[in-house]
Design a protein around this ligand. Structure first.
Ligand code: NAG
Ligand code: NAG
Ligand code: NAG
Ligand code: NAG
Ligand code: NAG
Ligand code: NAG
Length: 379
């Protein structure tokens, strides 16, 4: 009984939620919004017809009505992707005279949060429906929430990242849970690769596939975000000390494999770091990392990560048994110190076999000409 009361309270008192529009019932059914007013509503519905949106209403118990097209339109800022919250003061529900089938065709969703959060200037909600730039101020904390309904697999690509060394950034799947422990960090900078958090001066372009995700930032940073997909497979990293992110999304129900080429200078030693996270994966699911010149590592998804004292020419990431789930990998390429030439281990030179092979042939050719020449002179 207590447990039931707790569960009911939990679902009603939980002020934040996502309502998928395709889950609504039609035929004037009163679809409840289980949040305690006052609360704030944001909408992301970029692939839905205006006609259908205009026939779905948020209706309060006292009878005031607003349709979702109006809500969508009025939350848009003309010159930015920052959304304005719509405040709901009374108990309300969602209602439409359309059929269940017509509503089922919708792809957008509502994000509901408590109004004190929405009034907070540090809490910002963006709709990723075109490319735009994000920037945060020094000495300020921000929570940046991103909604994405633009494509079927919710691609958001982040690029041109710049971050001040004193700034802390963490990325999370979903909306910010009030209980901070519920928020799983899937990418951060500084990141826990070594014994102390490591600030990485460069962040590579990456894609995430979430309908909602958020960043917590403290300090000044900026990046561009766009609703385009980005093909990680075949990507080349662009700095000697860098980090990036790769995810196998739930919208890709294969055992996904991707290869990234690492910018490296073999006269230096260094470390490759891998931090792993996962959700909704089957037990015994694994992620495999193959260095082009060996070795490979097969890691259980319960493991937080590994560091390998080597930088490969290319790194292949593949997942096994994770078809319906998600796997997150933050990788680090960290060039360390110049290797004294006498100590240069031959193994690090091995990947360069193609160039060596060519030189070998030329060297042999030159040697043969000299031998022939001597032969001719002698006779
Ligand atoms: C959308 O908002 C703009 C101003 O923000 C207004 O001019 C326009 O009439 C609105 N359209 C609808 C369909 O509400
Ligand atoms: C609203 O949400 C914020 C952040 O999650 C939380 O700190 C605050 O207590 C909530 N306020 C209410 C009235 O629920
Ligand atoms: C997302 O969809 C686009 C277009 O259908 C496709 O090119 C891309 O590979 C997909 N990305 C993922 C991560 O599934
Ligand atoms: C992924 O790998 C698992 C385990 O090897 C296998 O059972 C499954 O059929 C594979 N899925 C696809 C789509 O290849
Ligand atoms: C690189 O070489 C230096 C000097 O030999 C050593 O101290 C350092 O631990 C090495 N780093 C890695 C990642 O192997
Ligand atoms: C996937 O995992 C299963 C065991 O769960 C294993 O038998 C299979 O060989 C693995 N496949 C690959 C491609 O690693």
């Amino acid at each position: 009984m207590l447990l039931l009361a707790f569960l009911i309270c939990f679902s009603f008192c939980n002020s934040q939620q996502i309502i998928h529009l395709n889950s609504l019932k039609g035929y004037n059914f009163k679809n409840p919004i289980n949040s305690k007013p006052p609360y704030s509503v944001y909408i992301s519905a970029n692939r839905d017809s205006d006609d259908i949106l205009s026939q779905v209403y948020i209706k309060s118990e006292s009878g005031s009505l607003q349709n979702l097209l109006y809500l969508k339109n009025s939350s848009k800022n003309s010159n930015s992707n920052l959304l304005a919250a719509t405040e709901i003061q009374e108990n309300s529900f969602l209602i439409s005279k359309l059929t269940d089938y017509q509503l089922y065709s919708l792809t957008g969703f509502l994000y509901i949060t408590n109004s004190s959060q929405a009034d907070d200037k540090k809490f910002q909600v963006y709709d990723v429906n075109q490319q735009f730039a994000i920037s945060t101020e020094a000495n300020k904390d921000h929570t940046l929430v991103f909604l994405n309904s633009k494509s079927q697999n919710h691609s958001s690509t982040i690029s041109s990242w710049l971050q001040s060394p004193s700034c802390l950034v963490s990325m999370y799947q979903g909306f910010p849970q009030e209980d901070q422990k519920e928020n799983l960090v899937i990418f951060s900078n500084p990141a826990p690769f070594f014994t102390q958090p490591l600030f990485i001066p460069h962040v590579e372009k990456f894609e995430v596939n979430f309908e909602i995700f958020h960043f917590k930032t403290s300090g000044s940073m900026k990046f561009d975000i766009s609703p385009e997909p980005f093909n990680f497979d075949g990507y080349k990293t662009t700095a000697y000390r860098t980090t990036g992110f790769y995810m196998k999304s739930q919208y890709d129900n294969t055992n996904r494999t991707a290869t990234v080429s690492c910018l490296r200078d073999t006269s230096y030693n260094g470390t490759t770091g891998l931090l792993i996270g996962a959700s909704r994966v089957r037990p015994y699911s694994t992620v495999r990392f193959d260095f082009d010149d060996g070795p490979h590592y097969i890691l259980d998804l319960g493991i937080r990560g590994i560091n390998i004292e080597k930088i490969p020419k290319s790194l292949e990431i593949s997942t096994n048994g994770t078809e319906d789930g998600e796997v997150y990998v933050q990788y680090l390429i960290w060039q360390d110190q110049l290797i004294p030439s006498t100590l240069a281990p031959t193994t690090t030179m091995l990947p360069e076999t193609t160039t060596k092979g060519c030189l070998g042939i030329f060297g042999g050719g030159i040697l043969m000409i000299i031998v022939l020449f001597n032969f001719l002179v002698i006779f």
